[in-house]
Design a protein around this ligand. Structure first.
Ligand code: ADP
Ligand code: MG
Length: 349
């Protein structure tokens, strides 16, 4: 079909009025056809121009978003991104919002209703949570931690006597990997409800950055902070948010192969506190971005594909959202938004 239009475009100057009328009719029929297809699709499709104005939306987009449209969804124009949002209007739903670049500066937004899917995953997780197998798995994973620690300590002692022994280095590296795998599994197997208290995102952020300081230096990664002194209060479970930031920094580090930078910026608006973590790593393609928060989707030899699933769950249980924007070869930005406490109180009044 594309080549047909190209052919018409090429010869348009030579076409007679009748031929033009004929072609026009064909185009109009095509248009009707596509409109019908887009009208039947159970995914919301919106096209925005370079200024963010809606140039097209299919009926399902209107059904999903109501009159407010894309307002409040924080769409970044001209970027590939994916985020999961909870909306309360026109009804309570979980939406997955994906953006892609189109030609002529337009942005394609695809919105999927994942309410049922989410509920299903949640129920499956809950069911698994009650099973003895799961407790057993968590128990075993936990028990492996102790001998690993002992091994690690002894290897450290050995390394002092034999500083150039490669075998020791290999063992220590593998132990680190095992340790990370076990931590991911334990987080995934034993979800605990966050214990939310009023707090500041800067604290878990800086705790995490301090703990990883050596890793950043080792990998020649520069960390640039833009965290204002006074940040509005949000309801947080400090330990769990540290887990989220730790997972994100670890992924960022693993995405950088020859030094680079990580930029951390915290901003606030009327309703939310937003934390952006941007890395100059290898980035992701759209396929990976599409399945980003799903379990076991890893792109790494030693990965578990659980870190982001756990992070998404934690942020969601904080009443917030997490999303990512990425360009292959350029880097990735994770965006975490947490609702401000004062706003909640005001909304309740
Ligand atoms: P794991 O790190 O164990 O693979 P995660 O859930 O943490 O599992 O991440 C899933 C996948 O998403 C990674 O394997 C990687 O391919 C991709 N990914 C996550 N964060 C980034 C990032 N900052 N840059 C590039 N790719 C990333
Ligand atoms: Mg990870």
């Amino acid at each position: 079909m594309n080549s047909f239009f190209k052919g018409v475009r090429k010869h348009i100057g030579k076409l007679s009025a009748d031929a033009l009328r004929e072609q026009y009719k064909r185009v109009a029929d095509e248009f009707d056809f596509f409109e019908k297809v887009l009208g039947a699709i159970k995914e919301g499709i919106v096209v925005l121009d370079g200024d963010g104005e809606v140039t097209y939306q299919n009926p399902f987009a209107v059904e999903l978003l109501g009159k407010g449209g894309l307002k409040g969804l924080n769409i970044n124009l001209g970027q590939s991104s994916k985020q999961e949002l909870a909306v309360t209007y026109p009804e309570e739903r979980a939406l997955e919002v994906q953006t892609m670049m189109l030609e002529r500066n337009s942005t394609l937004v695809i919105i999927r209703d994942v309410t049922a899917e989410k509920r299903h995953t949640e129920e499956a997780l809950m069911a698994a949570g009650q099973s003895a197998v799961r407790d057993l798995a968590a128990g075993v994973a936990h028990e492996i931690g102790n001998p690993l620690n002992a091994l690690s300590l002894n290897l450290q002692l050995l390394a002092r006597d034999y500083p150039n022994e490669d075998a020791i280095k290999v063992c220590r590296h593998q132990i680190k990997r095992l340790d990370a795998i076990i931590r991911d599994f334990l987080q995934a197997l034993r979800p605990s409800r966050p214990c939310l208290v009023p707090g500041n995102v800067a604290e878990p952020l800086t705790n995490c950055l301090n703990a990883l300081k050596h890793r950043f230096e080792e990998k020649r990664v520069r960390v640039v902070l833009d965290i204002p002194g006074a940040i509005p209060v949000v309801a947080i479970d400090k330990n769990q948010l540290e887990q989220v930031f730790f997972n994100l920094f670890k992924n960022a580090l693993e995405a950088m192969h020859d030094g680079g930078s990580i930029e951390v910026a915290v901003t606030a608006n009327d309703g939310e506190v937003e934390t952006r973590i941007r890395d100059s790593g290898e980035g992701m393609d759209e396929e990976r971005l599409r399945h980003l928060f799903e379990p076991y989707r890893t792109g790494k030899a030693g990965g578990t594909g659980l870190g982001l699933m756990v992070s998404e769950r934690i942020v969601r249980e904080h009443g917030g959202t997490i999303g990512a924007e990425s360009k292959l070869g350029e880097g990735t930005t994770f965006i975490i938004r947490l609702p401000r406490i004062e706003k909640r109180i005001r909304a309740l009044k």
